[in-house]
Design a protein. Sequence first.
Length: 137
Amino acid sequence: MSYTLESFVSDLDRITRSPRFNVTSMVWRPGDRAGAHNHETWDVIGIIDNEIEETRYRVTETGAGGARLEPLRVMRHGPGAVSRLVPGDEVHAMHNPTDSDTVEIHVYGRDLFGLPRRTWAEDSSEKPLVSAKYFNC
């Protein structure tokens, strides 16, 4: 299952939000996925329970709004693991390949509300992504 805005909202709990950072907890249901996307800021993800699979990508712009995504590494993070994203190395996809819920906490380096970001389909076509008020992930 890929997340839509509506399904993500029900599984998020924004702990705090300010112009300089956001803290959000997130629950990934078994099989849930979020395709390749960026954040336009740093992000620290802590795995609290179960595990998550994260794929990092290199993005090569191909012109006319297109891009090529090259998978760099696939990591499986378990309880207590921390994933760090920084601009330039912050395009990733997430997947819960397990039969149990995965619980994470995210700390972002700015408020994502209204921030123009990008997401990519499996064919590398790019789409704009703008976080709604309650969709800070």
